[in-house]
Design a protein around this ligand. Sequence first.
Ligand code: ADP
Ligand code: MG
Length: 240
Amino acid sequence: MKYSSRKNVIEINHLEKTYITGDISLKALNDVSFTVKEGEFVAIMGPSGSGKSTMMNILGCLDHTSVGEYKLSGVNIEDLDDDQLAEIRNKRIGFVFQSFNLLPKLKAWENVALPLVYSGIHLHQRKEMAVKALEGVGLGERIDHRPNELSGGQRQRAALARALVTSPNIILADEPTGNLDSKSEEEVLTIFKELNQKGVTIVMVTHEDGIASHCKRIIRFRDGKLIKDEVIDHEFYRDF
Ligand code: ADP
Ligand code: MG
């Protein structure tokens, strides 16, 4: 498929984000514009404090800014009410964080089933879906384990299963391999690549060149500005 005929999933225009703490105001995002189309796998890189997490939180509708425009699948976020935003966060977007964010008292499958709790789906079916998602990330044998009974890599895969259980079309991941050893890092990256091959759009913050090189495109931030936008997979962006 031609790159230009792909649909826009994320469209950011002249976005700014200012944090105000006491008397100090800090521009964490400064006139940022970019577009992500369906099927892309974008790495976001940049030094600590350059605005990457701020960007991800806005992309995931966890945070908001009134300067600039954010369109998600063609819909202006400003036009959505709280219920519609909650629906998007819950069903369309899957989040993966560096710190896994699993609930310690819940079993793996219960953690994974959490996003389905308000869906009206019956418990037995929620469990079935959670188990399937865990099998999908290679944790079929660990469904009853609690987070402290899993390795770091397994915890991140469980978090990934939780992000995937609602079949989102976008995965947003903020340094998902930041706390992992290199073997687990590779496992998680392999799952991301497989998902992307199935058509899931992925935006992932990473520090590591080795990881970014597996993506299709790298966007770099510095001091809240997008300073570089680089194609890795030239075949994907071909337009003829
Ligand atoms: P990165 O993820 O690239 O390390 P962040 O987006 O977390 O960067 O932060 C960008 C800048 O905004 C930093 O200077 C950070 O200190 C500041 N910042 C982030 N979150 C907040 C907040 N909630 N309140 C005030 N300042 C913040
Ligand atoms: Mg960050």
